[in-house]
Design a protein around this ligand. Sequence first.
Ligand SMILES: O=P(O)(O)OC[C@H]1O[C@H](OP(=O)(O)OP(=O)(O)O)[C@H](O)[C@@H]1O
Ligand SMILES: Nc1nc2[nH]cnc2c(=O)[nH]1
Length: 184
Amino acid sequence: MNRLLEEIRLVEQQALLLHSEAEVEAALDRMAERINRTLADSDLLVLCVINGGIIAAGKLLPRLDFPLTVDSIHASRYRNATSGSDIHWLYKPTTSLAGRSVLIVDDILDEGHTLQAIVDYCLAQGARQALTAVLFDKQLGREKPVKPDFVGLSVANHYLFGYGMDYKGYLRNAPGVYACKEVL
Ligand SMILES: O=P(O)(O)OC[C@H]1O[C@H](OP(=O)(O)OP(=O)(O)O)[C@H](O)[C@@H]1O
Ligand SMILES: Nc1nc2[nH]cnc2c(=O)[nH]1
């Protein structure tokens, strides 16, 4: 096994489970209920923030019970590292955002710079409204530049993986929310 894979296995073994699959699935149910109640008549465009938001969006979408369309956006600030830097725009939606109600779906709101930049982008493209849904909101104990409209769970301030969140590009598929030991 190569060294990176050995590290991934070790991180996985030593990680602490913070939220089980059942807890996250229940949070997804509650989020979807709120979105169904609020946005059913908005001709909604759901924007999945790849890569982290893939699982959040993939699990949320079948819970939404009204007509909507889907596109993706990729703005990456961490790029396989455990601390953020400048935003790299890797993919922009091909759907016109002009006049649309957009719901941006991401896995985690941490410092909030990524989501703020995406909201600003959508509004600059002429979106009528740019709402935000994050499966996890990290408790930082300070104000963030954006307050999400829909939140699944509030999570502790550790570097996390699972449910879309990666450790060095791996472990997005972990069926729960885990804190990495080295930053515990
Ligand atoms: O609130 P912030 O501090 O800005 O961080 C949150 C962002 O960080 C992660 O993305 P990342 O940059 O790791 O890209 P990825 O989705 O491709 O993993 C996550 O998916 C959010 O988009
Ligand atoms: N994987 C992962 N990505 C993040 N992006 C911002 N915070 C986090 C985090 O805790 N884990």
